[in-house]
Design a protein around this ligand. Structure first.
Ligand code: SF4
Length: 413
């Protein structure tokens, strides 16, 4: 369908307006398993079982005048330890024998059950017992964003001229970590990549910017505090009642604080994201802030002021700001709310598709594929319809993509 509308010039596939929505699963809303509860019950059970087994092992070891042995805490290890103890049960008191039988009949199966939950969770915070692929997510119920946790899927779509050009179903509620994988699915589907990506600040992260820039895609993707940065840039010097930002000397790698003191490099902190991406924060510290008259407005630190700078991200943010404030960026910013969001409005509120009818990720994927196909067919038919005087009933606006790759030079610099 997309190839057909591409041939007809209704979409260029050069730009993707991306957004996500949560769609409820058909699963029962009250059959949840929470990852954190599993971890906490499991760790309590582990220490309880280990204490009972250790006590029994020590009794047996003292009877046999050997040193007590302590082995692992996996379900298999526990089973082996119980089997070893059972061979010498006569050396234990009746109460202790009862405890060992309880561990064998209740605690070890429970431990295996927790392991089974973890296998299904695969790093997620929750899942539904009646649809293992569905995760509990907060669904917006009204215009104020009030909602409740329900089992569902995170549906990502790309649109162009309000046609759905790609979609993906994810089990995690956050949009940020889905973007790279999602862009790869576009490339696999069409054997090409779009030159422009437009999305909201939920997708703005160092890892995502790196991927887009390295693959020659222009990221028209805001980051948190984008508007604050723009306001700061526009501020006239006479308006400045806040302190100036420390000046950076790139040749000798130090900052100069508002009072003229050098802030020198003291080390770096590395942070690993949940997807394994490592970002570096360089730290610079002022030498002595104790007698500074403006310390109260400069820093909340008890000692000297510490600056943490992610230089790579700052450079990316500058590129993104330049793109978003260019003529093309302003056009994309005004189109974004009427692209994927209007399509979700059509699907969810006008056509009433608010809950899947099938269970499991592969089936839900097919189901949403049919919904997307129906949406595109309906829109295509409407674009072909004519009014009584022969004019197009709903002409598709012509939006030419004029990608400029000049930002890549700045990124490479
Ligand atoms: S508090 Fe420290 S870093 Fe801030 S202006 Fe004063 S000397 Fe400079």
């Amino acid at each position: 369908m997309v190839e057909l509308i591409h041939k007809e010039g209704l979409v260029t596939l050069d730009v993707q307006y991306i957004d996500g929505t949560k769609i409820e699963s058909v699963a029962n809303r009250y059959t949840f398993v929470w990852g954190r509860a599993v971890d906490s019950f499991d760790s309590r059970l582990k220490s309880k079982v280990d204490a009972v087994l250790k006590q029994a092992e020590e009794v047996i070891a003292s009877e046999e005048e050997q040193a007590g042995t302590t082995v692992g805490m996996d379900p298999e290890d526990f089973r082996k330890r119980v089997d070893n103890i059972k061979e010498k049960m006569d050396k234990l008191s009746s109460d202790m024998q009862k405890e060992i039988r309880k561990v064998e009949k209740e605690s070890i199966p429970k431990k295996a059950e927790y392991e089974h939950h973890r296998e299904i969770l695969q790093g997620r915070g929750s899942y539904s017992k009646t649809d293992h692929d569905a995760t509990f997510m907060r669904m917006k119920e009204d215009y104020m964003g009030n909602g409740q946790l329900k089992p569902g899927y995170n549906v990502q779509i790309s649109t162009e001229n309000q046609y759905i050009t790609n979609y993906g179903i994810y089990r995690k509620p956050g949009d940020t970590t889905t973007l790279i994988d999602y862009l790869k699915t576009f490339k696999n589907r069409y054997r090409r990549q779009s030159q422009e990506i437009v999305a909201d600040s939920g997708y703005g992260s160092e890892e995502n910017y790196s991927y887009m820039l390295e693959n020659e895609m222009a990221p028209y993707v805001k980051y948190n505090y984008f508007h604050m940065d723009i306001r700061k840039e526009r501020k006239r010097p006479s308006d400045a009642h806040t302190l100036p930002t420390p000046y950076y000397n790139g040749t000798d790698d130090y900052f100069v604080c508002p009072m003229g003191q050098h802030m020198t490099y003291i080390g770096s902190r590395h942070r690993k994201s949940e997807t394994g991406y490592i970002s570096e924060n360089r730290m610079y510290m002022a030498r002595d802030c104790s007698r500074c008259p403006i310390k109260g407005v400069c820093t909340k630190a008890k000692g000297n002021r510490l600056l943490q700078i992610n230089a790579h991200l700052l450079k990316q943010k500058q590129i993104v700001r330049d793109l978003l404030t260019s003529e093309r960026g302003l056009e994309h910013r005004s189109n974004r709310p009427i692209e994927p969001e209007a399509v979700f409005g059509q699907i969810k509120y006008n056509r009433g598709f608010k809950r899947f009818n099938l269970k499991s990720l592969p089936k839900v994927s097919v189901e949403f594929g049919l919904v997307a196909l129906a949406h595109n067919l309906r829109k295509y038919a409407r674009s072909k319809a004519t009014t009584a005087d022969g004019n197009p009933h709903n002409p598709t606006p012509e939006r030419k993509c004029i990608p400029s790759l000049s930002f890549l030079k700045m990124y490479a610099a």
